[in-house]
Every structure is written in structure tokens, then in C-alpha cells.
Ligand binder design. Structure first.
Ligand SMILES: C[S@@+](CC[C@H](N)C(=O)[O-])C[C@H]1O[C@@H](n2cnc3c(N)ncnc32)[C@H](O)[C@@H]1O
Length: 292
């Protein structure tokens, strides 16, 4: 069992996170978005060998040594709400019959797990359907394939789902990879870069340990950078996260989630052009473009 105090050295260990984890960097006036130097090779290596430890059961409080990193130098409000989502049971499986039912229901019902918010996300995706048609992409974070099914109904060719915990969606156009394996394949040219990425209510959890993931105060910023590294130039990333649009301050509700104020939105969207920001409830949808 790891001791929380050991983590500070590991989080800052080799390979370095570099500018991705440096939140003292800000958008320059002349730039449309915050530009950072992303070292994709280091990012993929950090995915393979995460610097932070996995705590089972998940930690109830952020390690004190990492508190400033976790709260973006104290600029995020800190509160508590605790969950243990580190799955130990059998793999989540959706049968061909269940997926077929979802595909049918999606045509005239809301199949999402987030009520009106899932529908809001679907409406955004719908507006980009011409860009999704026949494309191959990734969904980050999934326990039920509602988003994957919406994408298939919009004409997407193939979706690879990535999660910390394996899922099995039994459909010829759906597959699963651990993020680290996908990164490995891309590094070895065994997988092509993606045409798009989509994620709803997932990145705000990255690095908090709730889902059995390694503790990492910058886990969400690293995840957004990993996705950037996996996308083709010009590709879009449809990102749904809890937001406080228009307010600089966000919150860290440990170990449940983060709520994004403008200060952290600036960081999580580094190197992406923001095409759209749409509130859909507690979550907001950001349509991001990988612009070099
Ligand atoms: C709240 S659940 C919701 C997922 C999805 N929206 C759904 O309804 O099925 C969040 C999921 O995101 C996954 N997750 C969060 N950050 C991730 C990351 N950086 N890479 C892979 N999986 C991630 C967690 O393991 C968890 O299964």
C-alpha cells in the first residue's frame, strides 16, 4: 500500500509533464488560445508508467504535499464528496441485442445517462454530423455506450472507447482499448491518429483516484493533452465537463470531480482552438479543434 506522502516525488519524476502541468502559463493577447509545448512522446510514456500511485480504496483527501497542485495554487475551492468507483467485479458488457435496442431508441428517445444534458450534447454533435460521417474516433470515459451509439447513428465508422476500467460493447463498429495501449500502438504506428474525440463527464475525474486511476493533480490537463496527441491536425474534440462559464474560480470536490472555472478551462483547452462553448446544464460542452 502506497503512502500518500511518497507521491510528491513521483508526480514530478521522469518523464516530465513539462508545460502541460505548468498552470502559471497564460494565453498571450495575440494568440486565440493558450499555447504550450506538448511533448507527445513523454505524454505517452507517462501513460504507460504513470508517476502517481493507485490507492485502493481511493484516497478521501488529496495528499497534503499535492494540495497546491490539486487546487491550481489554491485558486480552486476545495470541498469533499467521496466515491469508490474502482471496479473489481466483472467487465461491463453490453450485448449485440442491448446495443441494437439503444440504436433504435436513440432515433426518437433520449438514451443518455444524464437526462437533458445528454440531449444537449447530442444536439451539439448533430450540428457537426457532416464532419463525423465515416470518421474514426475515440470516446474517453464510458460505462454505458450511449455516446458511442449516438455517434454511430450520426454515421461514424468506428469508435474506440477508452477507460481506466475495461468495458465490452459487442458491436463490430465499437472496440475498447486502455489509453496506454492505444498510445503504445500510435507510437509504434500500429494505429492511425484519430479523426475526432468525444467525452462527457469524464475528464473532470482524471487523476482524483475515484475510478482506480493513479493519483495526479494534473490528470485532466494531461488527459486533454494525450487526446490532442492522438488526434489528426484539424480534428475536433467534443468535451463535456462540469463548468462555471464566466467565473474564474472553479472547484475541486475531492474525490468526486472538478468543476471548471475559466482559469482551469484555459488550461484544459491549451493548444486547442475553442469553436464553441455551450452550457447544457451542470455540464458545458466545448467543441475544440486541434490547431497546430
Ligand atoms: C462518471 S463516469 C461516466 C462515463 C460516461 N459519461 C458514461 O455515461 O458512461 C466517468 C468515467 O470516465 C473514466 N475516465 C475518467 N478520466 C479518464 C481518462 N483520462 N482516461 C480514461 N478513462 C477516464 C472513468 O474511469 C469513468 O468510467
Amino acid at each position: 500500500m502506497a503512502h500518500a506522502g511518497e507521491d510528491i516525488d513521483r508526480v514530478h519524476s521522469f518523464p516530465p509533464c513539462g508545460q502541460i502541468c505548468n498552470f502559471s502559463m497564460h494565453k498571450r493577447k495575440e494568440d486565440p488560445f493558450l499555447r504550450k509545448d506538448f511533448n507527445c512522446k513523454d505524454m505517452f510514456l507517462r501513460l504507460k508508467n504513470p508517476p502517481g500511485k493507485v490507492f485502493k480504496p481511493p484516497l478521501k483527501k488529496p495528499p497534503p504535499e499535492l494540495l497546491l497542485d490539486f487546487t491550481q495554487n489554491g485558486s480552486m475551492n476545495l470541498s469533499s464528496m467521496y466515491f469508490d468507483g474502482s471496479r473489481q467485479g466483472p467487465k461491463v458488457t453490453f450485448t449485440p441485442k442491448q446495443i441494437k435496442t439503444l440504436l433504435t431508441n436513440d432515433k426518437d428517445k433520449n438514451i443518455g445517462s444524464y437526462g437533458a444534458e445528454s440531449n444537449g450534447f447530442k444536439q451539439v454533435l448533430y450540428r457537426y454530423k457532416d464532419q463525423l460521417k465515416e470518421k474514426t474516433g475515440i470516446v474517453i470515459g464510458s460505462q454505458s455506450p450511449w455516446l458511442e451509439v449516438m455517434l454511430l447513428n450520426l454515421g461514424v465508422k468506428h469508435v474506440t472507447t477508452v477507460d481506466y476500467n475495461a468495458v465490452f460493447f459487442d458491436h463490430p463498429q465499437l472496440s475498447f482499448e486502455l489509453m496506454s495501449d492505444l498510445a503504445d500502438k500510435i507510437t509504434k504506428n500500429q494505429s492511425l491518429l484519430m479523426d475526432f474525440a468525444a467525452s462527457f463527464s469524464s475528464l473532470e475525474h482524471s487523476g482524483l483516484g475515484r475510478y482506480g486511476d493513479p493519483i495526479n493533480p494534473h490528470g485532466d490537463l494531461e488527459a486533454a493533452a494525450q487526446i490532442w496527441c492522438m488526434l489528426k491536425p484539424g480534428a475536433l474534440f467534443y468535451l463535456g465537463i462540469p463548468v462555471n462559464f464566466g467565473t474564474p474560480v472553479g472547484s475541486l470536490v475531492f474525490n468526486a470531480h472538478r468543476i471548471y472555472g475559466e482559469a482551469r478551462i484555459e488550461q484544459i483547452t491549451a493548444n486547442y482552438e475553442i469553436l464553441e462553448r455551450k452550457p447544457v446544464g451542470m455540464h458545458g460542452v466545448l467543441v475544440l479543434k486541434k490547431t497546430l
